[in-house]
Design a protein around this ligand. Sequence first.
Ligand code: SF4
Length: 591
Amino acid sequence: MIKKNIQMVTISSIHFSPWIPYAAGCLISYCKNIPEINKQYTFAEPIFRYQAVELYDDIISNADILGITCYVWNQAYNDKLAARYKDLRPDGIVIYGGPNIPEEDDLRKKFINSRPYLDLMFTGPGEKNFSEWLLGNSTEGTTTQDTSNVDLKKMRKSYQITGNEIPTPYSDGIFDSIFENSTTMLKASFETNRGCPYSCAFCDWGGQARSKLTVFDISQVHSQLDYIYSKKNVSEIEMLDANFGVLARDVDITKYMIDLADVNNNPIKLGYAGLAKNGSKHTTEILNLMGKGLKISQRNNKLSFQSHTPQVLKNIDRGNIDNNKLLPVLEQCKKDGVTTTSELIMALPGETAESWLATIAHNHSLGIDYIRTYILNYVPNTTMYKKEYREKFNITAKTIRFSYAINSKTYKDLHNNKDFQVSEFTDYEEYEIMTGCSSWDLDEIVKMFDYTWWYHNMWNGGALRSVVSSDIKKEIKLFFRNIEKMPMMSSILEKHRSIVRTLYSPGSLEKISDLGTYLFYSKCLRTDDLEIIWQNQDQFVLEMSILYGHDKMAKCVEDYKKTFSMSLYGTDANILENPHNHLQSKCISNE
Ligand code: SF4
């Protein structure tokens, strides 16, 4: 029997350095455990790096089946690659799967019918759908150009994998050739369980499709981790579990990873998609272990609050997650000297500039060392994406387009060429953001960004850490009451506001061509603000003396100088080891 060739594709986000194609690897691993599939098919090394689609001609023209996993950050590229493949191999079959495939009937039909090169697509968890299709069996989650009626309830139930069916792409050697041949550092995704019992309105992870928790077999978890830590070209592991710390064994898994890092002398950074909500003694223990066992550059301890405004939490279906239940975890971290960060999402439905300021101030008062703020990306298969939700909150949205020509640029490039622009949009990626809702409009969101800008630069970035009082709301208000007396700070702020207005102005599509806006959106809501302050310290002292007096400000800048490093300037503030030293913030430039 002549075997058919399958080429799987999972393209990394345009904004980040390459991730191992974990989704494609899981599908391959699962299928390769089925002897009948092995008899009929071979799988090539999955494609995962961006390059002009034409450069993949030789590879994809060998494939009888092109299987592509889709998310918001790779859909436009996937479409281009699939169309190219169909030109080269009209007899080949293109299959899509992944979280970006709409679940709702009308959206799903529109999605496939607008892509004539697409033969079929799977909705929901992929392993079973794909393997059943390869075996020639009917599958609940399949949509073709002609048939689009999927019984979602049936499909979700039928295609959940169980703990001992888990794919093990790392230890199966699916990525061996990628690790061997990569000359750049790679990032590795990883799961110890799958699913989330919550159903936050902005997230496609929980209630919609994967609410049941599937716990992966522990020996498989260990073998996967053994493999990853044996590789010297992995910079970061991202634990994809939605609620790591929800199970007692998660403490042991953390110890296992810390030991592996030690034994292999491999300082891989460890990140989590999400730690357990509603308080868990295991979470405290995990953060403590990480705080003590890993250097700050090796961990990302974050508590996800999203907002502290009660009505907002209700609007986003997080009423059943009590932020206060994380406070004992936080208190213990402070006692143990473990630094913490928190995640907030700006401008959720129900938020106003005043409530957002109160959220920042409340978060600050909890003693969290660093706030990470995110723009809300609008993604399919979420409650928020549904027509009824949009109508209820009067939501408007807009597509933001980024050219791949800009994706390798960094803050250093911006510092060297502040006017850098791209002119061609041959290859691009698109994201959708909410541009308005019943609680905020353009003016209101500009104010929200103002407050975030202050906190991000003056506190997280460290510019005013040693001089401001603990009443952060008062400090922020004081600054903006006096902004007109500060020419340099006004001009930095105006540049920032202009980016916000560009992103959030009315319209359906925004093509981003300048590097400052690209970095603002994709890295850390900042352009070259800190660099300007750094280069103009005397002026900064002069302007801030209006608020704090000259002597205090001069001392503050001297303190700031001791910890700030231009060589580290970049994406994100990164808190140093001692959480009680308010001059600990630095920036990193690894993106
Ligand atoms: S945001 Fe986190 S807790 Fe909420 S549904 Fe998504 S994964 Fe679950």
